[in-house]
Design a protein around this ligand. Structure first.
Ligand SMILES: Nc1ncnc2c1ncn2[C@@H]1O[C@H](COP(=O)(O)OP(=O)(O)O)[C@@H](O)[C@H]1O
Ligand SMILES: Nc1ccn([C@@H]2O[C@H](COP(=O)(O)O)[C@@H](O)[C@H]2O)c(=O)n1
Length: 259
């Protein structure tokens, strides 16, 4: 493990945080929206347009984190239900709210965190493939219920809601779940009608009112994405200027000391 990393004593999988003294408190952006609305695609486009996608992880000024890394671990009985498509992954109780909050707090303190990836085929967190989130200037946190929990909602500096109509979302979810998440058609449709659609209406859709910017049609909405990219670009420019001025000040004061 990286010598800069410190595992917090917790027993409940709190994030691994860095003790690095270089502090970078990021601008935190929440990206909510229904399943398959295009949250990940919008975040990917933003990263690409800002020239961040092709950069090394350690060099990125903008990073994206998925709420999926904060699904809570299931008991054996819940796992058995999940395998039959009978577990509700769209209910707020499916998430580890406390861990999500603690992790975002660490990120806002400019600390490096390690979070597990998520394996949809086994319905579980994958601690074998940890994602290292390096300190960045802008952090995008995307997921169906990122605006649901008030404590977490209050951490965001900007809130985006990806608003794609439900027919389009279902039409995208079905092939994605079959091709990428190892599901069969019957299971996808049953899960959608039993859990996904009702939970969207009860828990996700009402959080649209908290958004600062609503993005109709998701990633197809190039005008909205350009505006958001422009805004983030300004934040990055201001951060770069502040860092440059700080460096100049430190250099000037050390020159003074040397004379
Ligand atoms: N504008 C779009 N046009 C066509 N397909 C899209 C578009 N946006 C997303 N998709 C596809 O729909 C699926 C869900 O998109 P994704 O961005 O993963 O949604 P979310 O993160 O909201 O679940 C993916 O297979 C993705 O490639
Ligand atoms: N084991 C799981 C965990 C989650 N889901 C579904 O994923 C959806 C959220 O992810 P999106 O990329 O679509 O935003 C959510 O609607 C869950 O139903 C799952 O099927 N299995």
């Amino acid at each position: 493990m990286d010598s800069n990393l410190l595992r917090l004593p917790n027993g409940d999988g709190l994030p691994v945080v860095s003790t690095n003294s270089e502090v970078k408190s990021p601008f935190l952006i929440g990206v909510a929206g229904g399943t398959a609305s295009g949250k990940s695609t919008v975040c990917k486009k933003i990263m690409e347009q800002l020239g961040q996608a092709e950069m090394e992880d350690t060099q990125r000024q903008v990073v994206t984190i998925s709420q999926d890394s904060f699904y809570r671990e299931l008991s054996p009985a819940e796992k058995a239900k999940a395998q039959k498509g009978l577990f509700n992954f769209d209910h707020p109780d499916a998430f580890n709210e406390e861990l999500m909050y603690e992790t975002l707090q660490c990120i806002l303190k400019g600390q490096k965190v390690e979070i597990p990836s998520y394996d949809y085929r086994t319905n579980s967190l994958n601690f074998e493939e940890m994602l290292i989130i390096y300190p960045a200037d802008v952090v995008l946190f995307e997921g169906i219920l990122v605006f649901y929990f008030p404590k977490i909602r209050d951490l965001f500096h900007m809130k985006l809601f990806v608003d794609t109509d439900s027919d389009t979302r279902l039409a995208r979810r079905v092939p994605r779940d079959i091709n990428e998440r190892g599901r069969d058609l019957d299971a996808v449709l049953t899960q959608y009608m039993t859990f996904v659609k009702p939970a969207f209406e009860e828990f996700c859709s009402p959080t649209k009112k908290f958004a600062d910017v609503i993005i109709p049609r998701g990633a197809d909405n190039t005008v909205a994405i350009d505006l958001i990219v422009h805004h983030i670009g300004e934040i990055l420019a201001a951060t770069n200027n502040a860092q440059h001025n700080n460096t100049v000040r430190i250099a000037a004061s050390s020159m003074k000391r040397d004379h």
